[in-house]
Design a protein around this ligand. Sequence first.
Ligand code: AQP
Length: 331
Amino acid sequence: MSTPIIFSGIQPTGRKHLGNFIGAVQQYVEGQDRGEPAIFCIVDLHAISVAYEPAELRECLYDTTAILLAAGLDPERCILFRQSDVREHTELTWLLSAVTSHGDLNRMHQFKDKSARQRELVSAALFFYPVLMASDVLAYRATEVPVGDDQRQHVELMREIGRRFNERFGETLVVPELKIPEVGARIMDLQEPERKMSTTGGTEAGTVYVLDEPGTIRKKLASAVTDSGREVVRGPDKAGITNLIDILAVARGVDQAEIELEFDGAGYGEFKKAVAEGVIELLAPVRERYAELRPDQAALETALAAGAEKARAIAAATLADVRHAMGIGPK
Ligand code: AQP
């Protein structure tokens, strides 16, 4: 197999949750030595598609940068940068909009969900979100896109956009593959296990944040919704327990079957305590390292700027090819 070019984006917020961590961040860390290069982008331009505060956005961007570094991303081994520092993303968004179908954008689940939740304005940016996401990835001719299961539809659309571009203008872009984790691709809300754990759409008590203190994590896990049964096994009518089994399996790096075997005959209370300890062990080192890194904003800025320079060089070359293929600008 050839060496992958890995690309993924993550929204800037200080409230990254366990779903983001397992579905995305752990895959990034695993990918940074496999990708050549592995590129990770904090997508501040995506964040402005819903209501936001400008001053908070900047702070959140540093929060997310520090979380990613604390989780193990190393700017010497990957390219980590801020989306808005590389203007090629926005230019490519417009160019790719020429081969994006309005009907496809209309079918996006995320747009339907998020537009229904906006109180003041449903922005055109929210509608265009998937085109910007396609540009993020296609600008680097990435071959692999590590994301959680909720991004499946967006990645399918970016593949379609890449294919349509190549058919219309000649082989220029690379159609990437989706990469979702085998276990933990969709971590569910602890209070409403039929819904995914989410920054904006979930319950506070059902969302474990990467930066939660151990006491908070214990409390959230203790009150996690289960069911009226007693068996620690996965099943279609056991959404809460299935989610907790997945979480503990990922936290310990073992199979779900191993967890079921270990807790055979144990009560839900004992099991939930074990899940809490597993999650604390997974997240505590990240929280501690974050506390060391976050105050040095200048160092975070330096790391992002160096990443942007490397990213720009790659994206600019793709843009030159795209412009040429599309007949844009001088020969
Ligand atoms: N519940 C989840 N389980 C597994 N993976 C998840 N991801 C998100 N939720 C889960 C993955 O996290 C990555 C980064 O997501 P993001 O920060 O860009 O935000 P998002 O995809 O919009 O998801 P959020 O954080 O839950 O925000 P909401 O719901 O408010 O939009 C992505 O790879 C995503 O798949």
